[in-house]
Design a protein around this ligand. Structure first.
Ligand code: SPV
Ligand code: MN
Length: 647
């Protein structure tokens, strides 16, 4: 049962055209007349019939249309102009500063296997909810209809998607983050045989409606519904809503041949003219944008879709072409190129949930700039020293405040981002927020061990989900977006990275990264990080050399670690820094008891999952037993020189 069709009751392109004739003015009618695919017309018409907008605007992605959208956003008050030309601010309600996981559901039949992390609702009940909340929700509002490709037009991994929303802010964001593809849409849908549909309305955009806000995702009909909310993670479902459908496609339709990941894509320059491409996963709010920008050439900071090409290489595309990035901690030291876009004139930026001062300039936590006395932020009026009802200081910006911009503004944006054939990707990294256990970088000895690194990411929780705190497991940093059983997803990872179609010299290098180790975890007495933000450039450079067999390594039970001499050379060459042996020893000493505890945490948690490949437990057991042997032989704490002496 397809709720959109059931509620909209439009079944044929003729019925759809009749509805357009009664709802659209002559200019919009002329635009929609160019779209011929019957399924696309019927889908749009059903959304109109359900939401009953007072006007419909067809967005062709032209400069003229984009201007109209920008103007509506300002007129409605969804965005306000800032001092810098092209910059605007959008505030979400104070109670909706992240994804509303508790109000997010998959529409699923009782027999469907759905992620154990997610809420679910049967189609009939979901249709009732949609009917109750979305019928007529766009009365007095304009529905903006956008046609997008998630990925370069013509790419085997790209997916067509409709974004139907009454929010000009969401439509404006979609224009910055995705490829508007009005002219190619019919053809792409005909080629692929499917498209995704997203229907959203902010309704009256009131705090009192937030308890009734919902996000629904229908995997069968590849349609999302969102109402009474505005945060882009809940409403711009082209992003994580459609990412979930792309995960389904990889896991259930193209298992072993395709992946859809919560990963950045960045190019690392090596000796000569070489660029080696790297895709890396990190949970939301763990510095993924910063790591992405630490490469030499940038493709994406959030999502990656990959497949195995005819030549035996793994190719990757970014379904997006913009950044919806967390701004907390973004500053000239760590993120000079991003700061240029944010602080120098000439770029279009939508800010959200930061502080705007009386000169209409945006400010945020961790920007290393002077803090203004007062302004307006995510919770309303703000002044220095302001506290909340629990007497806690209110920060100038919310930890999940964001900037939205098109990647073409970035000096290091690669033209390869537009290549439908994707980039040949050799390196895959997995990182979390791990203060006390794993070293800054380690490489899996086999593809299977690499899959297990992804399965075992742990992270302190971050501000991207409303109401979640503490430490949690973050499998592949993708778990919130895996619609089916985690075991099916894991099986797809094993099958992909072991696929015999991947040929030399394209075999993947799969690594763990962790730059959140603290002094305290290594015998010190502060929670300061070991090393600095920019060191990540060195870890990436070392992986780049490793991928080309240009460095040696220490072989340990958790994987291969860098040798001290290679790192000293790279620290000097890449960031002009001395790298003391004492720091190396702190970073790369293995604390066997801690690592074993970490393995046991994973074993305990995974035992309860359905469909789980046995391989995971075998690999974890083998690592554990090797660590126990070492502990027996050498002791709990194993310094790198132990492994150096084995070479
Ligand atoms: C994330 O939280 O991982 C994001 C933003 O990239 S959201 O759209 O909320 O998913
Ligand atoms: Mn993300």
């Amino acid at each position: 049962m397809d709720p959109l069709h059931t509620l909209g009751k439009i079944s044929s392109p003729d019925q759809a055209r009749n509805l357009f004739a009664s709802k659209l003015d002559s200019i919009q009618s002329a635009k929609i007349a160019k779209i011929k695919h019957p399924d696309v017309l019927v889908r749009i018409a059903n959304a109109i019939a359900l939401c009953r907008p007072s006007k419909v605007f067809i967005n062709t992605g032209s400069e003229e249309d984009k201007d109209v959208i920008r103007k509506i956003a300002i007129e409605k008050g969804e965005e306000r102009a800032l001092a810098m030309a092209g910059h605007t601010i959008h505030f979400d309600l104070a109670g909706e500063q992240g994804r509303i996981v508790d109000r997010t559901y998959y529409i699923a039949e009782p027999e469907d296997l759905v992620s154990s992390l997610a809420n679910r609702m049967p189609p009939e009940k979901a249709a009732k909810e949609i009917e109750n909340h979305m019928s007529g929700i766009m009365e007095n509002l304009t529905m903006i209809v956008g046609f997008y490709m998630r990925g370069p037009v013509g790419s085997p991994a790209a997916n067509p998607a409709l974004e139907l929303t009454s929010s000009a802010y969401i439509s404006h964001s979609a224009e910055l983050l995705y490829r508007s593809a009005f002219d190619d849409f019919d053809h792409e849908v005909a080629q692929k045989g499917y498209f995704f549909t997203n229907v959203h309305s902010e309704g009256l955009n009131r705090t009192e409606d937030l308890p009734h806000a919902r996000v629904f995702m229908d995997r069968k009909y590849q349609t999302t519904y969102a109402w009474k909310c505005t945060y882009a993670g809940n409403t711009l479902l082209l992003k994580k809503g459609n990412h979930r459908f792309a995960v389904d496609k990889a896991v259930y339709r193209n298992r072993g041949r395709e992946l859809s990941e919560h990963m950045f894509i960045t190019g690392i320059n090596g000796p000569g003219d070489r660029t080696t491409w790297c895709a890396g996963a990190a949970p939301s709010g763990c510095g993924k944008t910063t790591t992405a920008m630490a490469g030499n050439v940038f493709i994406g900071d959030d999502l990656a879709q990959m497949w195995i090409a005819q030549d035996g290489s793994i190719r990757t595309i970014n379904p997006e072409n913009g950044i919806f990035g967390i701004v907390e901690g973004v500053n000239v030291e760590g993120d000079p190129l991003l700061m240029k876009v944010l602080r120098q004139p000439g770029c279009e930026v939508i800010w959200s949930n930061i502080l705007v001062d009386e000169n209409f300039k945006p400010h945020w936590v961790g920007n290393m700039e002077p803090v203004p006395e007062k302004g307006i932020n995510f919770q309303g009026e703000w002044h220095q020293g302001k506290t909340n009802d629990k007497a806690e200081p209110i920060p100038i910006s919310h930890p999940n405040s964001r900037c939205t911009l098109a990647s073409e503004n970035l000096d290091n944006y690669s033209p390869e981002a537009a290549n439908p054939e994707g980039v040949v990707t050799r390196i895959f990294t997995y990182s979390g927020r791990d203060a006390d256990t794993m070293p800054p970088v380690w490489v899996a000895k086999t593809p299977d061990a690499g899959v297990v690194i992804g399965a075992c990411i742990v992270s302190a929780t971050t501000a991207t989900e409303v109401g979640v705190t503490g430490i949690k497991r973050a499998p592949w940093a993708n778990a919130p977006f895996i619609p089916g059983a985690l075991g099916d997803y894991m099986d797809a990872q094993f099958k992909f990275f072991n696929n015999p179609d991947i040929k030399e010299p394209f075999k993947p290098v799969i690594a763990g990264l962790n730059y959140f180790l603290t002094h305290r975890a290594r015998g010190g007495d502060s929670d300061k990080l070991l090393g600095e933000k920019q060191d990540v450039k060195v870890w990436l450079a070392w992986l780049e050399r490793y991928a080309h067999n240009e460095v040696g390594y220490l072989s340990t039970p958790i994987g291969n670690l860098p040798c001290y001499n290679d790192l000293t050379e790279l620290f000097k060459q890449i960031i002009d820094k001395d790298y003391p042996r004492s720091l190396y020893d702190m970073q790369f000493t293995l604390y066997t008891v801690k690592i074993i505890q970490r393995i046991e945490l994973q074993e305990k948690a995974y035992v309860n999952e359905e469909h789980l490949p046995e391989k995971l437990f075998k690999i974890l057991a083998a690592q554990k037993s090797a660590l126990l042997d070492l502990k027996e032989k050498v002791g709990d704490v194993i310094m790198p020189d132990y492994f150096e002496n084995l070479i």
